[in-house]
Design a protein around this ligand. Structure first.
Ligand SMILES: Nc1ncnc2c1ncn2[C@@H]1O[C@H](COP(=O)(O)OP(=O)(O)OP(=O)(O)O)[C@@H](O)[C@H]1O
Length: 286
């Protein structure tokens, strides 16, 4: 195991990933240092999820290397992968909670890796673990919802439960796959602010996929832009403008209003940029 205290704790080198005829990633090189908060930005289908999933061994590269926390991920066996996933928490667009369980029970499932065998019901978890789970629920502002079923919580609340569940692992890295894609703007802001706050307090390294340029620019330390499986941008977020991002991307948006605004921005960018994307590419990027 290599020393990861001062160097990059994530190193993706020359990674190509094919799913049959689909090339999801093409010669991707990304390095992330401890404590960095990195956004993977890109349109739907650009390869963000696939790249994230390589970082905890949910996918393996067709070629290239993936090192996380000093481990050569594709070379890990089941035991090594379990150990790695204990150090790398993940949250998802659709939260992935068990709807019929309470918020507290869902959070407790995040600690299952430290126990032997399955646990059915609250009574089956050690008291100290329940206290820890309640502490995490308090941290995400949901202590008063501990005994509510997950499917009775709002989307934003469910994502906060999912964050608390990830915290049960005391992760060193948090992977967030489009964590606010299903949320309204207010809940999105709350969830993104919460992730940032926890990252700062705990010294967490965060890699978060997003397709909203505005959120990415306001939130990340660094933006890694993907397009058709290739890294087309890797730069600090500070000082980066939306027009610069759009120049590289073509079109990245979710809402109709923003779509119109970006089209206008794009039109301006297209006439001033020699290597601007061709309309057919932009159509392709929709
Ligand atoms: N398990 C799979 N089998 C086949 N093709 C896949 C698989 N996973 C991803 N792909 C394909 O790989 C490409 C990249 O997908 P990926 O989900 O990584 O993109 P994304 O940027 O995360 O998009 P989205 O935000 O819509 O999830 C897409 O063309 C997708 O259809």
């Amino acid at each position: 195991m290599s020393d990861t205290t001062t160097s990059g704790i994530i190193s993706v080198s020359g990674v190509t990933k094919k799913f049959g005829a689909t090339q999801a990633l093409n010669d991707v090189n990304v390095r992330v240092d401890r404590g960095e908060v990195v956004v993977l930005l890109g349109l739907s289908g650009s390869g963000k999820s696939t790249l994230l999933r390589h970082l905890n061994g949910l996918e393996f590269p067709t070629s290239g290397t993936v090192e996380v926390l000093g481990e050569n991920v594709p070379a890990l066996g089941p035991k090594g992968l379990r150990a790695l996933r204990g150090r790398v928490g993940m949250i998802f667009q659709q939260f992935e909670l068990v709807p019929s369980l309470t918020a507290l029970e869902n959070v407790l499932t995040g600690g299952l890796g430290a126990l032997s065998g399955p646990r059915l019901g609250l009574w089956a978890y050690p008291r100290a673990m329940k206290v820890t789970a309640l502490t995490h629920l308090d941290r995400v502002g949901l202590l008063d919802r501990a005994y509510h079923r997950a499917d009775q919580l709002s989307g934003g609340q469910q994502q906060r439960v999912a964050i608390a569940r990830a915290l049960m692992q005391s992760p060193e890295i948090l992977l967030a796959d489009e964590p606010v894609a299903s949320l309204d703007p207010e809940s999105s802001n709350q969830v993104m602010a919460l992730i940032r706050e926890i990252a700062a307090d705990d010294g967490l390294t965060v890699v978060c996929s997003l397709h909203q340029v505005d959120i990415a620019l306001d939130w990340g330390d660094r933006i890694v832009g993907l397009r058709h499986g290739e890294v087309v941008l890797d730069t600090p977020a500070t000082g980066l403008s939306k027009a610069e991002v759009m120049e590289i991307y073509g079109r990245v948006t979710t809402s109709t209003a923003e779509f119109a605004a970006i089209e206008a921005e794009l039109a301006a960018v297209r006439v001033t940029t020699a290597d601007a994307e061709q309309p057919s590419d932009l159509d392709d990027a929709r």
